[in-house]
Design a protein around this ligand. Structure first.
Ligand SMILES: C[S@@+](CC[C@H](N)C(=O)[O-])C[C@H]1O[C@@H](n2cnc3c(N)ncnc32)[C@H](O)[C@@H]1O
Length: 203
């Protein structure tokens, strides 16, 4: 059984993991999933939504290793968030609960990077519907990296490789200026194609 299956087993029985059960930063570096290294370099203040179930190996470890000074981590799973507090810097902010509650109560945070590894069920809710609100919490120019599931791409009416088409459709849809920079193919997830979209947003 691999490390994450063991951790999930512990959490599923309603227990917090012991320190020795948790992966170290080096373990996460060895196991990290594809991400856009260059897309997070040079950022200073990150908001990471849906970040905890695999201890951030898809996203937070990259943010950490890009030396982003401050990050606010948000996830609904209390056991996974307790683990995140042990693994990542103590001066970062940790918020446990539903992302909609977090976004509704959060004050403007000047985030220059927002990363969302949202599950399929919240695909367009986060990538489209909450984006104007997220922009209010972020810096006037920020980078948004979020999962784009097929429904979201179809909703915008442009192909996944059509950066100009996606940019104009999203700008019109959310009333912000959006520049798609890259779509990183994450593979087949739940039998559909999943992409990380890297988008620069200007309010
Ligand atoms: C794909 S996993 C994220 C994995 C994470 N990026 C990592 O690398 O460890 C999706 C995450 O969404 C979280 N989640 C599910 N529903 C949520 C909600 N309503 N609000 C906040 N987080 C939620 C789960 O707890 C889980 O950690």
């Amino acid at each position: 059984m691999d490390r994450f299956s063991q951790l999930l087993d512990i959490w599923n029985t309603g227990r917090e993991a012991e320190a020795e059960d948790l992966p170290t930063l080096d373990d996460l570096r060895a196991e990290k999933c594809d991400f856009l290294v260059n897309a997070v370099l040079g950022r200073t203040n990150a908001l990471c939504l849906f970040c905890a179930m695999c201890c951030g190996r898809s996203d937070v470890i990259w943010v950490h290793d890009a030396r982003v000074e401050h990050a606010t981590l948000v996830d609904a799973d209390r056991f996974a968030m307790a683990a995140m507090r042990c693994i990542y810097p103590p001066h970062w902010a940790y918020w446990t609960g539903d992302y909609r509650e977090f976004l509704a109560q959060a004050e403007a945070g000047g985030f220059d990077l927002v990363v969302a590894d949202q599950p399929h069920v919240f695909g367009s809710d986060v990538a489209l519907d909450w984006l104007p609100h997220i922009a209010k919490l972020a810096a006037p120019r920020f980078r948004f990296i979020a999962n784009y599931w097929p429904e979201t791409v179809e909703n915008l009416g442009a192909a996944p490789d059509d950066m100009a088409g996606l940019s104009s459709a999203l700008s019109e849809r959310v009333g912000l200026t959006a520049h798609f920079r890259e779509m990183l193919y994450r593979g087949r997830v739940e039998k559909v194609d999943l992409y990380w979209a890297v988008i620069d947003i200007e309010a």
